[in-house]
Design a protein around this ligand. Structure first.
Ligand SMILES: *Cc1c(COP(=O)(O)O)cnc(C)c1O
Length: 347
């Protein structure tokens, strides 16, 4: 079933056989990969493990994602790009998104000459189930991207709704759960992959795990999809330094957990503060590490904050998001400075 959805040139691809994927047992003398025989003591004179075995074992151990269901991309960005290249034929196929949402789905579709079908969210920024299902039947997108919690709104969509959409979608339903860790009582789509192998889930080390600079994204999928991703990705797509950074976060999960708690606490605090401001008309309930807020004049508040050395994101050009700013939760000191600055603005 998955094989019918894949681009035939990907399905039939003969993967590059790297020196390290041919030989995986322990050996003392490695003269197989034309590497340098020295280069400092962090091991970067050697090529990284193309299978990212250590990291994926730790992901299974800490996150409970089975080893044969995980693959690692150079950030979720690479996972998104790869999914489009695996399933969408350039010049013929399309993906579907529900705007406003994360911008890279359409960017990567366009770099592959894949069309983007856009179904707007409802007025309360929820998935428009009826319109989505109608559009899926009409346009038959190869991949439906659903971002939950959504960026930039912070809204979690009910899993039941996502599953109903995935059920009628004959293509891939890619659920981007980049912000899942910040959502209390979050219901992940990961557990549903067993029943519907056309569902894939994206996770990342960039947010809750604190490793955005390492570029580590996780594709969680049926083993059939995972195998194809592994053969179609660039063999050494994730550096050994990045793998180490990921391992470090997983092995000190207690710190990650504490930071998540702290972030959620500050998010609630910031939301309450924003509601108290006279020029704020709406604070969108967020289950992510940011808050979207509607103000009297987003463009001039944005410039005012910039003058104070504070950068936020102006989302006002997105559909439904006129006069909104997206504010990331920062450190205690940063939040204090932000509040002081915002108190001093008379919008
Ligand atoms: C930040 C973010 C990601 C993470 O992307 P990386 O390439 O892993 O850093 C993925 N999806 C969404 C919706 C995001 O906001």
């Amino acid at each position: 079933m998955i094989s019918e959805l894949l681009n035939p040139w990907i399905r039939d691809l003969v993967p590059y056989s790297s020196a390290r994927s041919e030989f995986s047992d322990r050996a003392d003398i490695l003269l197989d990969a034309n590497e340098s025989w020295e280069g400092g003591n962090d091991g970067v004179n050697r090529y990284p493990d193309p299978l990212l075995r250590e990291l994926r074992e730790e992901i299974e151990h800490v996150m409970g994602i089975p080893y044969d269901m995980s693959a690692i991309g150079n950030g979720s960005d690479e996972v998104i790009d790869m999914l489009i290249r695996m399933f969408c034929a350039p010049g013929r196929d399309s993906i579907m998104i529900e705007r406003p949402t994360y911008g890279t789905y359409s960017v990567f579709a366009h770099t592959s000459n894949v069309a983007v079908v856009d179904v707007p969210l409802t007025a309360d920024l929820d998935l428009d189930e009826e319109a989505i299902i109608k559009t899926i039947k009409e346009k038959k997108p190869k991949i439906v991207f659903i971002c939950s919690p959504n960026n930039p709104t912070g809204k979690v969509y009910p899993l039941e709704k996502i599953l109903r959409i995935a059920e009628v979608n004959d293509g891939i339903t890619a659920v981007d759960e980049a912000y899942a860790d910040f959502s209390e009582g979050f219901k992940s789509a990961i557990q549903t992959i067993k029943e519907n192998p056309r569902i894939v889930v994206l996770r990342t080390f960039s947010k809750a795990y604190g490793k955005a600079g390492a570029r580590l994204g996780i594709l969680v999928s049926d083993p059939a999809v995972q195998k194809v991703f592994m053969k179609a990705k660039p063999p050494y797509n994730v550096s050994s330094l990045s793998e180490k950074a990921g391992l470090e976060a997983l092995r000190d999960y207690e710190s990650v957990r504490r930071r998540i708690e702290e972030t959620i606490r500050r998010r609630k605090e910031l939301s309450a503060f924003l509601r108290s401001l006279p020029y704020v008309s709406e604070v969108f309930p967020s289950e992510a590490n940011f808050v979207l807020v509607r103000v009297s004049d987003a463009a001039s508040l944005y410039s005012y904050l910039l003058e104070k050395g504070i950068v936020v994101r102006n989302r006002s050009s997105d559909p439904l998001l006129e006069n909104t700013l997206r504010i990331t939760i920062g450190s205690e000191a940063e939040m204090a400075e932000l509040k002081e600055a915002m108190n001093g603005w008379n919008g």
